[in-house]
Design a protein around this ligand. Sequence first.
Ligand SMILES: [Fe+2]
Length: 261
Amino acid sequence: MIDIHSHILHNLDDGPRTMEQSLELALMAVHEGVSTIIATPHHRNGSYMNAADSIIEAASLFQEQLIKNHIPLTVYHGQEIRVYPQMIDDYEGNSLLTLHGSSYMLIEFPPSKLPERIDEIFYELSLLHITPIIAHPERNREIADQPDKLFRLVEQGALSQITSHSINGLFGPSVQSLSLELCRRNLVHFLASDVHDAIHRPFHLQQAYRTVENLLGGDYVKYYQQNAERLIRHTEIERWKPIAKTRKGFPLNIISRIFSL
Ligand SMILES: [Fe+2]
């Protein structure tokens, strides 16, 4: 498995504090079947600043330690960027990172609302040939209240990533059912751990794929896993057509199944 969103590098954000803790997480990853992981420290989220250079250096030191400790995990660098007004300038000034040097950038929204000028910022990113991947949209209040806002962003070209804990129900039943709804409406393109530590926010990625298989079917598992592989190989991400809602609120694919349309 490939995990595209993780806080596995130590002493950069609210992830592990020491290299030993990072290595412990790496062992957990391998135990779950993760072979490749993208380290995505927080950047500009109000608490942490981690510009590109510091992450590249930390990821490279961590990879050396993984090899030295015979842990079969490949780590690539990335960044989880909270949307902010000057981000286009900063990208051009080389302080922002895409995921593993691809054309896909992991973008975090604030927990309550959609960021101001988000359409404009995404449009400006598209002019730079960057596609945003919205990290855990299921944890944004405005999207939770109005999932059509995510539908609109995906229709405009954005991608999204659901977190394993959300799918597994560990953030509560309403977050889980919203996550499943977003998946069914094809508004989700990746599943990732967003791991922070071994106790409160471990991987549980294998379990999340099992949950998806049981509740949504094997095609979704394949879709998310192949998209993670495409990302690593720098090939284009597959996008299933986003599904609009009917007036009564049911996704059209459910209606079709009920009436065998
Ligand atoms: Fe994260």
